[in-house]
Ligand binder design. Structure first.
Ligand SMILES: Cc1ncc(COP(=O)(O)O)c(C=O)c1O
Length: 963
């Protein structure tokens, strides 16, 4: 083995494995297989140009060199990002722990209890700090949370408001500019009107349905909102409040003074600034909004034996079910960051958080006092951490700015020449305050005062704003104060979860490939971590070079001309791509183009994105082979010809097949005057051999957290950059702060989740084009190998013209159900007893399992998974043959938790060994499950999204147990 060739570490199949695999598949070579898989008109005529692959060592040196060109200054800029301390115990045991970062969104709740509990902790923090009872386990960032809040208020309009067409949302001008820009991008498509003004002056007529405020506001002031909120309530308006989570530790929660929705960012709960992201956005609301709240909610429920167990609650709200009628579109969120922020609160508890928040506040107050002695005026009468200063008469910020840079300090500057802002954070020390005073003093030519023994708990805020309610009094937030205890708590949780650290996760359409350690190093490098997104460019040279080069690589790989890294998930990418198309059409004067064509098999996020971007959706049937039904396609495109804005198409299709009509489909849409949007979720089957640009698309999004090695993090972070042809380039998202233009802006930070772009960058640099092609070809080989091995038992639902699948395969389970009574869900749960995560369940075809092996799995692991699937198939046959009971069998009762297998009493008609150790390898390596099959309905009927109000829930549970 060439130990310098990293692609041989990334790809699981070796040269030695090939002959047997090719023989099974029935081809002479991988190239021969690819010719049978791809339609021959889509092969790229020439190689994509990318830099030569690096060794791990070379990558490390290269990233160190880039990092050395980032200069993290001390930033007091604020505006939604604050330096903070990630406790090392959380960094090492969560952020750098593959069990946490490689697990998937917890759809399979029985093997996800650890991260579900961590996310439940996060939800508890959010509900308690905001003073509202319902929340989700993260949104993409503060600005998109603001857009979700706007939609929520709109969807909750009263009947009278709907009747009279009340469509105006009032947004106070004191919100962060970025939040306003992103809300504007979003709501304009929904027929809402955004009115930005001063809450003290604007008259709210009948045309308004809601109001948005920020607390403390964008310059740091705490305004007297309660009377205003009471007055708008009288008029039947609702109110959403953007709030700094750390400030709520000290300040009266908005939920206590009338807010219906509170949203913001949890970044300063232990997440580095990362040049903008990722970190978790949050949104809390009143319980009545439970049918409309966006995002994933973790709720407590019970398992088959009545034990409490966590699961995703109220899933019928989501785009996977509601599709174009969905009120939001969150698939990938920020789970890993939400878990980390939850642990930050668990580690510090209420006392620790109070100490941190008070210290921040107290330091800000003492700084203000000392600055005032130098002649500076501080405007915020009430504040938490952010001060708004005016320089003494005759002085301008130009001089201050120059001196601050000499001291490696970033302040917030305004357009007016004599004001500036300072936001204090958790990392600020008395020495830092003295440096600030030194800067202030030098600017005005005075001697700097020195602060010593700065008190850490002086309150500078009026009594009426001081929080009186207690919070986080539960055991979990009181037990883990020492590092040993927290480390063990994190370990206890991670033992409950299956991740890539345990076994292959064959989720179709999710590409759970290797997330290599070397690629992830960037996340722990403080020279990438501690940079504020609004730091001047010369402090982020390395970052900018990396991001710029990555944009180029992604454009080259997709065959397009430009890239935007802003979208923070695939769904956000879809929405961004469609908004870009919309802006282009408006610019062309083709506003009548309001239809998006979608194949029936489209992922739920596609129709949801189309309707969020303000389009109508028209569904085209798929035929028996799983391809777009060309007859229906031609009919519909004829019917809507002049109204087609775009088609959204996934390629290879969500059925895992490279449709041979794809080029003709693109051409037809163009002939109709529409644009082709390619959903890049399946890009892993294209990279290096073909690409959306060559095939004929105009725009695509990429799920960097699938194809390009960013881990899934248990449900995020993700990145969904879009790549476009040149005619769409002028309409790509801008950024209000970075470019002074917020057109089409879709995320708070200019480059979205900038730091994780470094993972993809590293992946591409390690593999080079040769390695990327090896990955693509092997992913296709592995899927076809599996298809051949499983076709005679379960059966494969779709294959292409030459009988081949693409990079994934859909396993037939409907026949199994007919013959044995065991369905795809039973197979999924039984896989857990073997230590495996289920493939994708009933998507895109009901009654099936979709398997995507990816290129990173070894042949031994593929063979073991096949053996397990065959074993489960045989177990189901035992039911058909009458050897196993129809109800009391290993599939129906799966999974078998440890407490059941080890109990003194065993009630089943089959032995314990069959339940828990059905194959010999399990004697060596058993993954123990801690809950039995979870009751989905119970958790929804008794929704419990946080630790408060547990009493009623447990009373109901007890009553049921007694029955
Ligand atoms: C085909 C397809 N499109 C879009 C998405 C949405 O991506 P994300 O989860 O990043 O929002 C997915 C996610 O599974 C997908 O499979």
């Amino acid at each position: 083995m060439d130990t310098r060739n990293f692609s041989l570490r990334h790809v699981g199949i070796s040269k030695e494995d090939l002959p047997e695999m090719l023989h099974t598949v029935g081809v002479d070579s991988v190239d021969a297989l690819l010719k049978e898989v791809y339609p021959n008109d889509i092969f790229l005529p020439k190689e994509i140009e990318l830099p030569e692959p690096m060794t791990e060592r070379e990558l490390s040196e290269h990233m160190t060199e880039l990092a050395s060109r980032n200069t993290p200054y001390t930033s007091y800029i604020g505006l939604g990002w604050y330096d903070c301390i990630t406790p090392a115990v959380i960094r090492r045991n969560v952020l750098e722990n593959p069990v946490w970062y490689t697990s998937y969104t917890p759809y399979q709740a029985e093997i996800s209890q650890g991260r579900l509990e961590a996310l439940f902790n996060f939800q508890t923090v959010i509900t308690e700090l905001t003073g509202l009872p319902l929340t989700n386990c993260s949104l993409l960032d503060e600005a998109t949370a603001g857009a979700e809040a706007a939609m929520l208020l709109f969807n909750r309009r009263s009947r009278e408001q709907v009747k009279r067409g009340a469509n105006k949302l009032f947004v106070d001008k004191r919100l962060f500019e970025t939040t306003i820009a992103v809300i504007n991008t979003r709501i304009v498509h929904q027929g809402m009107e955004l009115v930005v003004g001063d809450y003290k002056e604007t008259e709210l007529t009948d045309e308004f349905f809601g109001v948005m405020l920020q607390y403390p506001d964008s310059v740091g002031a705490i305004n007297d909102y309660p009377d205003f909120v009471a007055a708008i309530k009288e008029k039947g308006l609702t109110c959403a409040v953007a709030a700094d989570l750390m400030s709520l530790v000290m300040l009266t929660p908005p939920g206590e003074w009338g807010a219906d929705v509170v949203f913001g960012s949890a970044q300063r709960f232990g997440i580095p600034m990362y040049y903008g992201g990722p970190s978790a956005g949050y949104l809390a609301c009143r319980m009545e909004y439970k049918r409309e709240i966006p995002g994933r909610i973790i709720g407590l429920s019970k398992d088959a034996y009545g034990h409490p167990a966590y699961r995703l609650a109220l899933q019928t709200r989501e785009q996977h079910i509601k599709r174009e009628r969905a009120t939001s579109n969150i698939c990938t969120a920020q789970a890993l960051l939400a878990s980390m922020s939850g642990f930050y609160a668990v580690y510090h508890g209420a006392d620790g958080l109070i100490e941190i928040a008070r210290r921040i506040h107290s330091y800000a107050g003492h700084l203000a006092k000392a600055a005032e002695e130098l002649g500076y005026k501080q405007y915020n009468a009430n504040f938490f951490d952010t001060l708004l200063f005016q320089l003494p008469e005759g002085k301008t910020t130009e001089e201050l700015h120059r001196i601050a840079l000499e001291y490696r300090v970033n302040l917030r500057y305004f357009e007016c020449q004599n004001c500036f802002g300072v936001s204090i954070d958790e990392t600020t020390l008395p020495e830092d305050l003295n440096i600030l005073l030194q800067i202030f003093a030098e600017t005005v030519g005075k001697e700097a005062p020195t602060l010593s023994d700065v008190p850490t708990d002086t309150l500078f805020v009026d009594k009426k704003w001081q929080r009186k309610s207690t919070f986080l009094q539960y055991d979990t937030f009181n037990k883990y104060r020492t590092e040993t205890e927290l480390m063990r708590y994190i370990k206890r949780l991670d033992r409950k979860d299956i991740s890539l650290a345990h076994s292959m996760i064959s989720l179709g359409s999710c590409t759970m490939k290797l997330n290599a350690a070397a690629e992830l190093d960037v996340l722990s490098n403080p020279y990438f971590g501690n940079i504020h997104p609004y730091a001047p460019d010369d402090q982020a040279e390395g970052f900018l070079e990396m991001l710029h080069n990555l944009e180029g690589y992604l454009a080259a790989i997709t065959g397009f001309d430009a890239t935007s890294l802003q979208p923070n998930s695939g769904a956000a990418g879809e929405y961004t791509g469609l908004s870009t198309i919309r802006a282009y059409l408006i610019d062309k004067g083709e506003t009548q183009r309001d239809v998006v064509i979608l194949p029936a098999s489209a992922h739920g996020t596609n129709p949801a994105s189309a309707s969020q971007a303000g389009f109508k959706t028209i569904i085209v049937d798929t035929d028996d082979k799983g391809d777009v039904d060309m007859e229906d396609f031609m009919k519909k495109t004829e019917q809507y010809k002049d109204h087609i804005a775009a088609i959204m198409i996934t390629y290879p299709s969500t059925h895992g097949i490279f449709e041979s009509n794809i080029v003709a489909i693109c051409r037809r849409i163009h002939d109709c005057g529409g644009q082709v949007y390619m959903d890049g979720a399946n890009m892993n089957a294209q990279v290096g051999y073909t690409n959306p640009g060559f095939i004929g698309a105009d725009v695509c999004h990429l799920n960097l957290h699938k194809t390009f090695a960013i881990p899934h993090g248990g449900g995020g972070p993700g990145m969904g950059p879009i790549c476009v042809k040149s005619h769409l380039k002028p309409f790509l998202p801008k950024h209000i702060v970075r470019y002074g233009n917020g057109a089409n802006q879709v995320s708070a930070a200019p480059f979205g989740s900038a730091v994780i772009a470094g993972i993809t960058y590293s992946y591409i640099r390690l593999l080079g084009i040769e390695g990327l092609k090896r990955a693509t070809a092997t992913a296709i080989l592995n899927a076809n190998y599996m298809a051949q091995r499983l076709k005679d038992t379960y059966g494969i639902v779709y294959s292409g013209e030459k009988g081949r699948v693409g990079h994934e395969l859909i396993l037939e389970c409907r026949k199994l159900k007919e013959a044995t009574g065991c369905d795809e869900n039973d197979v999924s749960k039984r896989l857990m007893d073997f230590g495996y995560h289920a493939p994708t369940l009933s998507f895109p075809v009901h009654g099936t399992l979709m398997i995507e092996p990816t290129e990173s799995e070894s042949k031994a692991e593929l063979d073991r998974f096949i053996e397990v699937m065959e074993c489960i198939f045989q177990e189901a046959q035992e039911v058909a043959q009458g050897k196993a009971d129809k109800e009391d069998n290993v599939l129906k009762n799966a999974p078998h938790p440890q407490y059941e297998v080890c109990a003194d009493e065993w009630k089943h008609s089959y032995p314990r060994s069959k339940a828990a150790f059905p194959l010999p390898y399990l004697n060596d390596n058993k993954f123990w499950i801690n809950v039995a099959r979870i009751d989905n309905g119970f958790g929804d009927r008794n929704l419990l999204p946080a630790m408060c109000d547990c009493d009623a829930f447990f009373a109901e549970l007890k009553e049921q147990q007694q029955q």
